[in-house]
Design a protein around this ligand. Structure first.
Ligand SMILES: O=P(O)(O)OC[C@H]1O[C@](O)(CO)[C@@H](O)[C@@H]1O
Length: 510
């Protein structure tokens, strides 16, 4: 066989597969082999992949696949700031914002972050008057990261009260208005392109709200976060309040750039720096560790095993931590927009499944809603659990103890299975078991840990793309629907009869 990747897959298909029980029984050192800790900031994060079906033989096979996929060279290109997004002829330089990457890109990123630091500190020092609230308008990668990080890291205290608004549905913006005092509110307009219709419409309405409520110079209350500073100037933002970032930073990888302005404003610069440093610890690990010892690559091996060899169409992530309730939606964009592709990086149609559907929620809530299917449904769903050893609350320690014991019990139950009927025979009460899970256990959910967690998923996504030979950094799939909506707005569209009927029913026809 001439294609080395196809040969590696053919070999992987022949590797004998074993149940989780067999794998544990055969190898007393399995936990030590498949779980590892990474030091991040003042604590560490444990990545336990022992309850997945990865065997030593499968790991050998996947290491061959990584080699056949040019993984080491692709990773070098990523960190060197070379083109890894061939359809747009672009690098993907999110790691440079964490100080890990090619010298010139890191230097440029640090200069831009320094500019952001000065503005954040000036606002904290009152240079823009009394600022209590920030309405951050953006969508997709310009909103999901800030929303996640602000929600996760400001449970006890925020220097500024941040409201992230993404949806064009005015109900979302009105909800933010209801919580803010116009006299003490700034508006961040976050858009890489500074053209996205939802964001620009929300931005205009936010300014109108300021004007309607007595703010004399609404444009003077705007901070623009963008890779298109000229467009922000054109829109009326003063250059001193434009925080640019590089075109080579992808939207869904941009929370480390000025798109992270609301995070820094809410948690303060030192904590934002810790967030970047946590991500950098993961970058260095991903850049330097080889084969199965590389945590993100190992996770990608398991992802590929379940998607391609076991036909799993979804993967689920459950955070046993209320502070991470927005992580599943963040990961949905990261993974599905990156790897939901149907052609290879060379443009050939793929003949294998690419990204599974990412879904999930928070534990223990999800146990009482969707876990039935995980335990007894006919779909095999690989699950990730994420939890923190230190509690996020100050209540009776019983809260956190019960949270963690439930988390660990779910992984154990998915694997063990059994029958809960008195005679052990009732099929309705039977659990097949042998269902996989991975667990990520943080010492504490601080800014550094959150940074490392997100960076881990970025690198896992990239590693999956490399193993599949697809481009993780373009997203043309979002364009067609956008174009059609714009066509309707302009009255320029000729739609199918069903769509015409819907437009007529809503009073939107010609
Ligand atoms: O930051 P922008 O340019 O407003 O784009 C927002 C989002 O829209 C998308 O292009 C998808 O529609 C995402 O990739 C991006 O994060």
């Amino acid at each position: 066989m001439s294609d080395p990747r196809a040969a590696a897959w053919a070999a992987l298909e022949q590797v004998p597969q074993h149940t989780l029980a067999q794998l544990f029984a055969a190898d007393p050192g399995r936990v030590g082999r498949l779980s590892a800790s990474l030091v991040v900031g003042e604590g560490s994060v444990l990545f336990d992949w022992s309850k997945t079906h990865l065997s030593e033989d499968l790991l050998d096979g996947f290491e061959v696949l990584a080699e056949a996929s040019n993984f080491t060279e692709m990773r070098r290109r990523l960190f060197a700031g070379e083109v890894v997004n061939p359809t747009e002829n672009r690098a993907a330089e999110h790691t440079a914002l964490r100080g890990v990457g090619n010298g010139a890109s890191v230097e440029e990123a640090m200069a831009l972050l320094h500019r952001m630091k000065l503005l954040v500190e000036a606002i904290h020092d009152g240079v823009l008057g009394n600022v209590k609230h920030l309405i951050h308008v953006g969508i997709g990668g310009s909103a999901l990261g800030p929303a996640l990080a602000v929600d996760a890291l400001t449970r006890d205290f925020a220097k500024v009260d941040v409201h992230v608004v993404s949806n064009i549905d005015g109900v979302a913006l009105e909800a933010a208005f209801a919580k803010c005092d116009p006299a003490t509110t700034l508006v961040a307009v976050a858009s890489k392109t500074f053209t996205t219709i939802e964001t620009m419409t929300n931005a205009a309405s936010a300014l109108q709200w300021l004007a309607d409520n007595g703010v004399a110079d609404p444009h003077g209350r705007v901070i623009a976060l963008t890779a298109a500073p000229a467009k922000a100037v054109e829109w009326g933002v003063d250059e001193t309040r434009i925080l640019p970032f590089a075109e080579s930073v992808g939207g869904r990888y941009s929370l480390w750039s000025s798109i992270g302005f609301p995070i820094a404003l809410a948690i303060g610069w030192d904590e934002f720096t810790a967030f970047l440093e946590g991500a950098a610890a993961m970058d260095e690990h991903f850049r330097d560790a080889d084969g199965r010892a590389n945590l993100a690559l190992r996770a990608a091996f398991a992802d590929q095993f379940y998607t391609r060899l076991k036909g799993c169409q979804t993967r689920a992530v459950f955070c046993y931590d209320e502070r991470l309730r927005l992580l599943p939606s963040y990961l949905q964009q990261l993974e599905m927009e990156s790897n939901g592709k149907r052609v290879t990086a060379e443009g050939d149609p793929v003949d294998f499944p690419t990204a599974p559907i990412t879904w999930g929620g928070v534990g223990t809530d999800a146990q009482h809603a969707v876990f039935q299917l995980l335990h007894q449904g006919t779909n095999l769903v690989p699950v990730d659990f994420i939890a923190s050893i230190a509690p996020g609350d100050d209540l009776d320690p019983a809260h956190h103890r019960i949270l963690l014991t439930n988390c660990f019990a779910q992984g154990a139950a998915l694997m063990a299975g059994g029958n809960m009927s008195a005679d052990g025979q009732d099929p309705a009460r039977a659990f097949p078991g042998d269902r996989p899970s991975a667990t990520i256990l943080c010492d504490d959910l601080d800014p550094a840990t959150l940074g490392a967690l997100i960076a881990f998923h970025e690198h896992r996504t990239f590693a999956n793309a490399v193993l599949m030979g697809i481009n993780a950094f373009d997203q043309f799939g979002v364009e067609l629907g956008k174009k059609m909506a714009n066509d309707i707005e302009k009255g320029a569209a000729d739609f199918d009869p069903g769509t015409r009927a819907l437009l007529a029913a809503a009073g939107l026809a010609g």
